[in-house]
Design a binder for this molecule. Structure first.
Ligand code: SF4
Length: 422
């Protein structure tokens, strides 16, 4: 259908599928911070005890000694950027599995708290770590939001994802989540929809557990994504992804979550109240990422740290940060990125957008805005662009394209490991 191919075209154009570091400069180092600016700090902890077949994040198998050295380097890097003048007021710790060594994580959070005026700290974890006796200490040092990667409560799907043996059955995970409920201000549960063998009934069952049994304060429901590197491993264990089922499942999720009293914090995040979300980039336009496999977005530039853990350790020991690549985005790319990220949260303030781009926002991406309006994706209401109900699903596709683009960048960075790791 012509509208489908138009939407596909728009999604690739706005979603940044063609993002690449290409011949970008290597070994660029840390850019100087803008004075008096507070940034969001992202820390990446790439260790996992199992490597799930669908996952395209930067993750490596957990080895205790290596992880210990890594956390030590991470704290050195935090001190380094602090000395360079960076100031942070929010932190997001992702992975991998940040809670893989709770004592090390707690020491790292404590250091950041000592150096910076933190208002919100969010950390990701996995179902087997939520029972850890150290977890309340994580809250005591300032983590207010815990995000647990569950994906599904369906035992058959968990087996296909190869998570059942390590993280337990859907019932085990459900019980553990209920025990931790109330420890953190926000308990976010990360889920995935459109697994090849997921049925409408299985999805309904997952939704009911989330809202009626666990009563999660927040649920992030990602569409299953396939990249070149994960497609083959997924095919072996989980089957082939069929994107034609995606819209129907998304509608099922939205109907259920809204009827259960949740509001949409983004196109795929549902909250009981107004909390920080997994896509911290929606709230914060600029962020600095530390650790191996982290990205930063600063002043219209994308930066990447090395994906080689050995190279990362050597760089930090030599008094540097892990940043090795930089890509400067054109003005139009910056506007499209701004549009993409703001609309993911549901709406965009046109006045703020014009101020940010010196009055050139609407002019700069005029054809994109006209096409989105004609396709019924956005409407202009009182100076704000808003997603229509149809638009929310289109934005799921847009963000899927962004993630696909970012995953491509990850593949590119992994490809560079052999040159860096000499
Ligand atoms: S999905 Fe989570 S636990 Fe599985 S490999 Fe990826 S980061 Fe690790």
């Amino acid at each position: 259908m012509i509208t489908d191919s138009l939407i596909d075209h728009m999604a690739q154009r706005i979603g940044g599928r063609h993002l690449t570091f290409g011949d970008s400069s290597a070994d660029v180092g840390l850019p100087a911070p803008e004075p008096n600016k507070l940034f969001l700090l992202y820390l990446h902890v790439p260790f996992c005890v199992v490597l799930c077949p669908f996952c395209s994040f930067h993750r490596v198998e957990f080895q205790r000694d290596r992880a210990k050295k890594y956390f030590h380097a991470l704290r050195l890097e935090i001190r380094k950027v602090t000395e360079a003048g960076y100031r942070f007021d929010e932190m997001y710790i992702g992975g991998g599995t940040p809670t893989v060594m709770p004592d090390e994580l707690i020491a790292t959070v404590r250091l950041v708290r000592d150096l910076h005026p933190m208002s919100r700290i969010s950390a990701e974890t996995n179902p087997d770590d939520i029972d850890d006796s150290k977890l309340p200490q994580l809250h005591d040092v300032g983590v207010s939001r815990l995000s647990v990667g569950v994906q599904s409560f369906d035992d058959k799907l968990l087996q296909e994802m190869q998570r059942y043996d390590k993280y337990g059955s859907g019932d085990d995970i459900r019980r553990r989540l209920k025990r931790v409920q109330g420890t953190f201000e926000t308990l976010n549960v990360d889920m995935i929809f459109n697994f090849p063998h997921q049925t409408e009934e299985s999805l309904r069952n997952d939704l009911e557990i989330l809202t009626n049994d666990i009563n999660a304060s927040q649920v992030s429901y990602y569409p299953l994504m396939a990249t070149n590197s994960t497609r083959r491993s997924m095919l072996r264990t989980m089957g082939a992804v069929d994107f034609r089922r995606e819209r129907g499942m998304y509608q099922q999720i939205v109907q259920h979550m809204l009827a259960a009293g949740y509001t949409r914090s983004s196109a795929w995040c549902f909250s009981r109240d107004n909390n920080m979300i997994d896509e911290y980039i929606t709230d914060r336009q600029e962020y600095l990422g530390l650790g191996s496999g982290a990205f930063s977005y600063l002043n219209g530039n994308f930066f990447a740290t090395t994906f080689s853990i050995n190279h990362y350790l050597r760089l930090v020991e030599a008094g540097r940060t892990g940043i090795v690549r930089k890509r400067t985005m054109s003005r139009r790319e910056q506007m499209r990125y701004y549009l993409l990220i703001q609309m993911f949260g549901g709406s965009l303030d046109l006045g703020a957008a014009e101020r940010k781009f010196d009055g050139g926002f609407r002019r700069g991406i005029r054809s994109d805005l006209i096409a989105l309006r004609l396709l019924g994706v956005i409407i202009n209401r009182d100076g704000r662009l808003q997603l229509t109900e149809h638009g929310y699903y289109i934005w799921v596709i847009m963000m899927r394209e962004l993630f696909t683009g970012v995953n491509k960048l990850r593949e590119e960075m992994r490809h560079n490991i052999s040159q860096e790791n000499v």
